[in-house]
Design a binder for this molecule. Structure first.
Ligand SMILES: [Zn+2]
Length: 431
């Protein structure tokens, strides 16, 4: 398909065909570009800074989590990640792009000269009187140095359990664990599914003032008050496993381990949980029951799992339909087929959002979680201890009222919180 297009179009046209550019997301940048065009040869340091400011102001106004500056053959692409989706916003000239890249590197204390090595830096800048934490990464690419800036939004870590999008029974299961906290609480899902936000929300529920809470993260992105946080530091040999053992000596009540990612960290997590510490962590796994397979593969024994595992949450993030412009219409053929493939009745109407000024004509604004919460019962634990396979566990889970990720997705589609397309995009990897 791509080959055919290249035969009939120049790369520039090709680029234009494939991507939609969302100029509405970059109003401040466009004003600056117009100014640059008017002043032609009279562009200096102050103008570079103004363009840099404009990029940050646009990104923040549009709730972008990341800014990408990507050199290509015909200029530098400026892209924003909004609600998890990367959007083209402008194609800057090579000169504008290079100035911007150097400007952001200087802001972060890096040498502005392009190098052949990747760099990482952190900085805090003032945007319209508000401090904004930025993590910057640069890497040499074919057409020059590429820059990615992550905007660390402190509001993300202030979310409470009730704000994550958990349904009634899922929230009750978590609340019941919070009443008698013990063992391991694991959150699973792919990268960018909001696992860390869920763990931070749990931390807010802990009585931090009376307890000792420590975290080991890679890296620590948000600083939390009243909590001791430690970075994974590969250069100095501090990995999740070694860091966790060091933190255990500090006699914590609650320990947040950024990720269980190998045999070493799985073993260390178990050690913490069996020593009487409450262990919160994340791992990559498609659904809640598959966590058992992952932990078994990392050589954790079934009786140890049965003794320590208390709650497993599987989650995904989906975009929320814009409440200003969402409307109902009859489902189309693709949507019908999807409901039928799930053995679900096809509804007469489904929600969608054509786009309006409030959502920058994207149809979506904000994200919410899809959840599957598995609070392990004594019977579940018994089954794990007796080496029961995951199929048996999954069937048992289905027979209870605990909803699956798909169930939660269907509910949120019915409520008009999200679209069929959003849930469908994730549904292939949910079951
Ligand atoms: Zn809208």
């Amino acid at each position: 398909m791509v080959e055919t297009m290249q035969q009939t179009a120049t790369p520039v046209e090709n680029n234009h065909w494939i991507r939609k550019t969302h100029h509405r997301l970059s109003r401040f940048v466009r004003t600056e570009r117009d100014r640059w065009a008017r002043r032609a040869d009279d562009i200096g340091e102050a103008d570079h800074a103004r363009l840099g400011d404009a990029v940050l102001r646009d990104a923040i106004r549009e709730r972008a989590s990341d800014i990408h500056l990507e050199p290509q053959h015909n200029g530098v692409r400026l892209r924003f990640r909004v609600d998890g989706v990367l959007m083209d916003t402008e194609l800057l000239t090579t000169e504008q792009g290079q100035h911007l890249i150097r400007h952001f590197k200087v802001l972060s204390g890096l040498d502005p000269i392009a190098t052949f090595r990747p760099h990482d830096a952190r900085t805090t800048v003032d945007v319209d009187g508000e401090p904004v934490d930025i993590r910057l990464a640069s890497a040499p690419c074919v057409f020059g140095e590429k820059l990615a800036l992550r905007l660390l939004d402190q509001r993300r870590v202030k979310q409470r359990i009730d704000e994550l999008g958990l349904g009634g029974s899922a929230r009750d299961a978590i609340r019941s664990w919070l009443d008698s906290m013990s063992g391991m609480f694991l959150v699973c899902g792919p990268t960018g599914s909001g696992k860390t936000t869920t763990l931070y929300a749990l931390l807010h529920e802990l009585r931090v003032a009376e307890r000792s809470v420590v975290t080991i993260e890679d890296p620590v992105e948000y600083q939390l008050e009243g909590i001791t946080q430690m970075h994974v530091d590969h250069r100095h040999g501090v990995e999740f496993a070694t860091g966790l053992r060091a933190m255990l000596r500090l006699d914590p009540d609650y320990l947040l381990l950024g990720e269980i990612r190998d045999e070493g960290s799985a073993e260390a997590a178990l050690e913490a949980a069996t020593s009487g510490c409450v262990l919160l962590s994340t791992l990559h796994s498609r659904n809640a029951v598959n966590v058992i397979t992952a932990l078994r593969n990392w050589k954790l024994a079934d009786h140890e799992l049965a003794a320590t595992l208390e709650v497993v949450v599987a989650q995904r993030l989906v975009r929320q339909l814009c409440t200003e412009c969402r409307v109902q219409r009859a489902p189309d053929d693709v949507e019908r087929a999807w409901f039928e493939s799930l053995n679900q009745p096809v509804p007469d109407a489904v929600w969608h959002a054509p786009g309006c000024d409030a959502c920058a004509h994207l149809g979506y604004r904000g994200r919410t979680g899809l959840f599957e919460v598995w609070r392990l019962s004594e019977d579940d634990k018994q089954l794990i201890a007796e080496h029961g396979d995951v199929r048996a566990l999954r069937e048992r889970l289905r027979s209870r009222s605990d909803g699956s990720l798909i169930d939660d997705g269907l509910q949120k589609v019915a409520d008009g919180e999200t679209s069929v397309a959003e849930v469908r995009a994730h549904s292939g990897i949910m079951v």
